[in-house]
Design a protein around this ligand. Structure first.
Ligand code: MN
Length: 412
């Protein structure tokens, strides 16, 4: 594995091989960069100086932009060419930057000194429901323990249109929402949620979209995706339970969604791909292919005001998902719906089959019946004010590790 001239310890989330993209503020300026070790390489400045020598970008300004959307619209061959250039530019045997300390000082900024921003302008947000384990667990709790899956679930990658404007970058506080709650047989009331939860997901970021009326075929679908982030789908379970029939989630979900700031590219994720579970019944032809997931570990951690450090309460893995990202894209567009650069497709809660691999508090506490006991002596069923949640994600294979960094937020 090729190494960078920048010293990066083994197991670091951002080795030369990863190069995730983000948008950051530094000294009053907003720039686009890639993470490399503990630094950000400033691509906006690299482009401005004419040092980004990629044929596809000639005469274009894709990194002197407030978000990554312009670069995303360039498409896969361009993303690939830029990745190839950057891997070479930062490699230990390339001297251009390695032997130029003045240029290093300009282009490489310690991550500690930057403030991360939303990496893309999100025009559309869709959240799927693609974990068989999660759908089964919620079906048991919300509907029918004997028959938890609705008849459509194994035919349709079920999803709903979420609220793009409420997606915020990691670190942004999330406010406890008001809404209609119906408790027992009482008439509904409007009050603050008493069941403040979150769902661990990945968010896939659309690179190139499609024209309205022109579906994306299953075989082309993966090429339209630029990369992925960690996504926390904040959920008010009591609001959700009362409102969700018949049109699905609405105010129980659209008060906030957190994403991690660094977009890990599909190219970086490629070595971690793994066949998805057997799909029976066989999906309809427009969804039919070898379903493929990625072996990505996700760790859910909580911190209360009494705790100094985060404590892990669950860990799960994206490889368990029933419907894969290509099937989600093919399904989303089969009617001609148009995806656009910067759209985010949430995978749905990523739950495994064991009770320590569930991706939400409602599952981990089984609807509130089994409180989580923390090292601080406290216990939690749902989130209390000033609690913080964090998800950290890594992919590992042989001697290669890449990370997503983290998505975290405090509720208030
Ligand atoms: Mn969700």
């Amino acid at each position: 594995m090729q190494k960078s001239f920048i010293e990066i310890p083994a197991g670091h989330p951002f080795p030369l091989y990863n190069l995730p993209y983000g948008v950051f503020d530094y000294q009053g300026q907003t720039s686009i960069g890639v993470a490399i070790g503990d630094y950000v390489l400033n691509l906006s400045l690299l482009e401005e100086k004419g040092l980004l020598k990629v044929a596809e970008l000639k005469g274009k300004k894709v990194f002197n932009q407030p978000t990554l959307n312009t670069f995303l619209e360039m498409g896969k061959p361009c993303w690939s060419a830029v990745r190839k250039f950057l891997m070479h530019f930062l490699a230990s045997d390339t001297s251009d930057l390695r032997d130029n300390p003045a240029l290093q000082k300009e282009l490489l900024i310690p991550q500690q000194q930057v403030t991360m921003k939303m990496p893309v302008h999100v025009g559309g947000y869709t959240d799927f429901y693609s974990s068989l384990e999660h759908a089964t667990n919620l079906g048991k709790m919300f509907r029918d323990p004997e028959n938890p899956l609705l008849p459509n679930w194994k035919y349709i990658p079920v999803g709903y249109d979420g609220r793009a404007s409420a997606i915020v970058v990691s670190g942004t506080k999330i406010k406890r929402p008001n809404g209609q709650l119906k408790i027992g047989d009482d008439a509904p009331i409007c009050a603050l949620t008493r069941q403040f939860d979150t769902e661990i997901e990945l968010g896939f970021v659309v690179g190139t979209g499609n024209e309205l009326g022109c579906p994306i075929s299953i075989n082309q679908a993966a090429d339209h995706i630029f990369g992925a982030v960690i996504l926390l789908d904040w959920s008010a379970r009591d609001i959700q339970r009362w409102e969700y029939v018949p049109l699905g989630p609405f105010l129980g979900k659209n008060f906030g969604t957190t994403i991690s700031p660094w977009i890990v590219t599909m190219e970086a994720l490629a070595p971690f791909s793994t066949p998805g579970p057997v799909q029976d019944p066989k999906p309809l032809p427009y969804l039919s292919h070898q379903n493929t997931n990625f072996d990505i570990d996700l760790h859910l951690q909580i911190k209360t005001p009494k705790m100094d450090l985060y404590q892990e309460i669950a860990h799960t893995n994206y490889k368990y998902m029933y419907w894969d990202i290509a099937q989600q894209v093919a399904h989303h567009t089969v009617n001609g719906c148009n995806l656009r650069a910067g759209d985010i497709l949430g995978t749905g809660t990523i739950s495994g089959s064991t009770s320590d691999s569930y991706g939400s508090l409602i599952e981990l506490t089984w609807g509130g019946q089994n409180p989580i006991h923390l090292d601080s002596g406290e216990s939690r069923v749902y989130l209390e004010d000033s609690d913080s949640m964090q998800v950290v994600a890594f992919a590992k294979r042989d001697d290669l590790t890449i990370g997503f960094g983290c998505a975290e937020a405090t509720v208030f």
